[in-house]
Write a protein that binds this ligand. Sequence first.
Ligand SMILES: CC(=O)SCCNC(=O)CCNC(=O)[C@H](O)C(C)(C)COP(=O)(O)OP(=O)(O)OC[C@H]1O[C@@H](n2cnc3c(N)ncnc32)[C@H](O)[C@@H]1OP(=O)(O)O
Ligand SMILES: CC(C)C(=O)C(=O)O
Ligand SMILES: [Mg+2]
Length: 561
Amino acid sequence: MLKQPHLKYRAFAPISLPDRRWPGVQITQAPLWLSTDLRDGNQALIEPMDPERKLRMFQMLVKIGFKEIEVGFPSASQTDFDFVRMLIEDGQIPDDVTIQVLTQARQPLIERTFESLVGAKRAVVHLYNAVAPVMRRVVLGMTEDQIVDLAVTHTAMIREMAARQPETDFRFEYSPEMFSGTELAFSKRVVDAVTEAWGPTPERKIIINLPTTVEHSTPNVFADMVEWMHRHIERRESVILSVHPHNDRGTGTAAAELALMAGADRIEGCLFGNGERTGNLDLVNIALNLYTQGVPPGLDFSDIDEVRRCVEHCNQLPVHPRHPYVGELVYTSFSGSHQDAIKKAFSARKEGDIWEIPYLPIDPKDLGRSYEAVIRVNSQSGKGGISYLLESEYGIEMPRRLQIEFSQIVQGVMDTHGKELGAADLWQIFDREYGVKQAPALQPQIGTAEDGQTTVQAQADLCVRMIKVDGQGRGPIDAFVEGLNKQLQTQVRVLDYHEHALGSGADAQAVAYLELRVGEATLFGVGMDSNIASASLKAIVSGLRRAAQRGVLKLVRLQTV
Ligand SMILES: CC(=O)SCCNC(=O)CCNC(=O)[C@H](O)C(C)(C)COP(=O)(O)OP(=O)(O)OC[C@H]1O[C@@H](n2cnc3c(N)ncnc32)[C@H](O)[C@@H]1OP(=O)(O)O
Ligand SMILES: CC(C)C(=O)C(=O)O
Ligand SMILES: [Mg+2]
């Protein structure tokens, strides 16, 4: 075994392009898109798609808005051939969509490819052959001249065959396979020769597609290569310059973005990055990256979960929960400080504002995702997330100090059970702690004394004992507390008061949050009632019951009911 196994690898060589321009370029418009889900994606599946899956994928791609779709390698298998026939014969291809098919540079395969396209309104025939030194040497066993000849001969063959099927508007794409591993001068030589053989014009351009068949350099090197081709190939005005990144180093998206800055007009890839090995470029990722920079991608991902379900069904492969933009967890925040910032930013945001929500680079609603999933509560969470869930799901708008108090209670539950808590769990804990739903009846009678003060008579079930309250004060709360204090050894004071309405119409409720000082202890009580005064009195009782349960409430008189 080698002591230094890394020595068997060769470093990629930087490109000499001292006046490179791409680093200063900003992407201001979407590229032309080609989906190769049904070809490069399909050829990489454990179980290639059956006709039902292929059609479902095709229809989804059309719905998303792809205008160029590579639908297969029709000369490779009967299934691919039949699928292309079905699309054409069943009129499945909308007028504004062009199908594309791939072929090797071999006459029988090209003939079969044209056979599959009979009757199509429009089609792109996509020819490839390897140009990289290792492929020339090991696979094709050809010299540079022979490779150029292979490409040119078969381009001319395609041109002739296209002329024999004039009912179809044929376009042509050429890929120097393994462009990313090929000497630039040789790539240019092959590409120029093919372009000349096809004879494009600015009105009828050829597509020259530069594949990162295997990604083995940093994206800046690929960008240099693309810019070099962009600036050096002949007839550039008659060429649509396309790129086809794979993702072996995990930088396919970066490579594609830098390639666009470097002069590429068109991008090939697959939804959620399916494809050979680590996948093709993820089209959804790059399209939504543009979207979040204010550039409309021209592709519709407004129901991204529907797209994901379709892709998972067709590919029989799951999309990772952390996959950019679509994963189950990518709009979810567990950690307390993130939740806190998100909650505050949502409250500060006004309709029409620029999107500036920390930790959420895109509005989940734009992709058909809801905010409900944004915040989930586990042991890493704090008051922000807990109060966000109770507010968004149950309309409970806790004041800040209650948020702090309640989050400690939730933390206690979490420490015991260790599991994630949903909004319903939080509501249950809240209700149990503050006794909101099953609060004991008070039967308050509120009146006015001769001196104008408010009088309150009520019954208060303080857990330890039911007491009769009879008090007088500046308002119902003051009167109730005065009445209570006559009976309690531990004195009660209201420190703070918040209330809000919950719901509307006949079912509307008032929720009151009262911060109480009970002897030495400070704690909250919460009350809910259709009557706002009753809600406040219930909140006081809620706080006192909690104080009694903690043993901080002492009665002085035994005036029970
Ligand atoms: C980077 C890419 O994704 S390229 C697309 C790859 N996709 C696929 O291969 C999926 C579909 N392919 C197939 O079904 C088959 O490979 C076919 C039908 C195309 C060809 O099948 P076969 O004739 O049995 O050949 P095989 O599969 O072994 O391919 C290797 C042969 O193709 C030749 N070849 C490879 N690429 C090309 C090319 N672009 N042009 C001409 N010949 C080529 C090789 O030199 C080799 O020839 P050899 O058998 O004389 O040594
Ligand atoms: C056929 C070509 C474009 C390809 O898929 C690749 O090189 O990755
Ligand atoms: Mg590929």
